[in-house]
Design a protein around this ligand. Structure first.
Ligand code: DUC
Ligand code: ZN
Ligand code: ZN
Ligand code: ZN
Length: 472
């Protein structure tokens, strides 16, 4: 046969077009797109289904080192299996530098955890917490040459925060080496001030996590990051934007001609700060299930995020998957977490539910086109993070990374149907229209009808190229 696999009679969507076609796959790559492909060893009938580029989730945390006694709920096997079941063919987790340690040594630790365990392809970003002269002068440039072409910096958290001068120094290296900088924009001092004030008043329940990080905290940090990036003349990606305030800072920068990009996430179009409040008669601690940073806001914020999505302020829609078990002394309900929201680990699981939520709230409800969905879920992630061409589109010569979607299937999100390592989903009971029914990664069927069929270890750890989006 001319092809290993043909996907027949489906409706193909790319970032620019929607059309009926068959797809021929050979050696893990898309070898042909044609009206009819009949000479394949195997066939999948996609009648009534959408044939989309597999999702790329460029913001996930897997097995990331936490503070003492806290453990992430996913390893690389479970996180990538969960991603595959949710219509993804690639994830980008973080290799975290701990202060006082070599960046290179940390990268090798994370690689070791990932190697042999990933169901789908994976590529690491770096997190820089300790920008010593050695890190900035030697380690970072060398790692960039090895294909780690983006890194995240934090403007908050005791163990991660960089001061303004450190941000400027890191930005300067990114500019010189062509790396893309991702920024967690929330201001450390403002959060500390609010947290201590709330704790003094006895307001320590998970609910007060949101109050400790109001939108202006995010707006101020976004503005500061943007201004520093302008000073250095380096592009910037502001990740996990939660509402109007930070969105408007990015738009302001873009209107001034700066290369500032924006990412948002499902929690900012579907959860609110009220979710952190216990249900009537419920356990006040249950709000911990929704503790992530920035926190979910309100319905007006959802509208602002949609405005940003529709008008192109945001380029990527990621999960920020950061899973902790709820009912665990190593997770949300750790002993210190019960005493104050300050110690509840920040993050929620979402790698498997990202695409159904965006598809349902976006495409099915008529807020965005299918092409825009493809761009936000896959193509832009590949373009911005140095994987394009090759990934992120349905085109001849690209990896055969494909998700088949049933656009009219109704599903209720429930913990029992998910594959992550967490013991809950923040979207329990959330109803969606549109569901990924099969995921094909480099030509292999890795998930089908809610069952993960891809073996751990088939996924590769990829090096990435420099991104055009990172050019000053
Ligand atoms: N930032 C993230 O990107 N993920 C989880 C927690 C956080 O602060
Ligand atoms: Zn380490
Ligand atoms: Zn962050
Ligand atoms: Zn994150």
């Amino acid at each position: 046969a001319a092809y290993d696999l043909a996907i027949r009679n489906g409706t193909v969507a790319t970032a620019s077009d929607v059309f009926k076609a068959d797809i021929g796959i050979r050696d893990g790559k898309i070898a042909a797109i044609a009206d009819v492909i009949s000479d394949a060893a195997e066939e999948i009938d996609a009648t009534g289904l959408l044939v989309l580029p597999g999702g790329i989730d460029s913001h996930v945390h897997i097995a990331q080192k936490q503070g003492e006694g806290i453990v992430m709920a996913d390893d690389f096997a479970s996180a990538t299996a969960s991603a595959a079941a949710g219509g993804n063919t690639m994830v980008m987790p973080f290799a975290l530098q701990e202060r006082g340690t070599s960046l290179r040594a940390c990268v090798e630790e994370y690689r070791k955890l990932a190697e042999g365990n990933c169901v789908i392809d994976t590529a690491f970003h770096l997190i820089i917490s300790d920008p010593t002269p050695e890190v900035l002068g030697q380690e970072l440039p060398a790692l960039l040459k090895d294909g780690y072409t983006s890194f995240k910096v934090f403007m908050t958290y005791d163990d991660l925060v960089l001061n303004d001068r450190q941000l400027l120094d890191v930005f300067d290296v990114a500019r010189r080496e062509g790396a893309l900088v991702m920024v967690h924009a929330e201001g450390y001092d403002a959060i500390r001030y609010m947290t201590e004030k709330l704790e003094r008043a006895g307001d320590t329940a998970p609910y007060y996590h949101a109050a400790s990080r109001p939108e202006l905290v995010e707006r101020e940090a976004a503005h500061r990051a943007i201004s520093h990036a302008e000073l250095v003349d380096v592009p910037l990606m502001i990740v996990h934007v939660s509402g109007r305030e930070a969105m408007e800072q990015i738009r302001w920068a873009q209107q001034r001609g700066l290369k500032v990009y924006g990412e948002t996430c499902p929690q900012y179009i579907s959860l609110t700060a009220e979710d952190l409040q216990a249900a009537q008669g419920g356990d006040a601690m249950s709000g911990a299930k929704y503790v992530c940073s920035p926190p979910p806001r309100d319905h007006e914020s959802w509208d602002a995020i949609w405005e940003g999505i529709r008008t192109g302020v945001f380029q990527t829609f990621s999960s920020d998957h950061c899973p902790f078990r709820y009912d665990s002394t190593e997770g949300k309900l750790n002993p210190k977490g019960r005493t104050s929201f300050r110690w509840v680990p920040n993050g929620i699981p979402g790698v498997e539910t990202r695409l159904p939520i965006l598809f349902s709230e976006g495409v099915s409800k008529g807020r965005i086109s299918l092409q825009r969905f493809v761009e936000l879920s896959a193509t832009n992630h590949a373009r911005i993070y140095g994987l394009y061409p090759g990934k992120g589109a349905i085109a001849v010569g690209f990896d055969a990374d494909i998700a088949l979607w049933d656009p009219v299937r109704k599903e209720t999100i429930r913990q029992e149907i998910l594959h992550h390592g967490a013991d809950y989903t923040p979207w329990e009971g959330f109803e969606v229209t549109g569901w990924p029914v099969m995921t094909i990664a480099r030509g292999d069927v890795v998930a089908r009808d809610g069952t993960v069929t891809g073996q751990p270890g088939r996924g590769q750890i990829l090096e990435r190229g420099l991104s055009e989006f990172a050019r000053p």
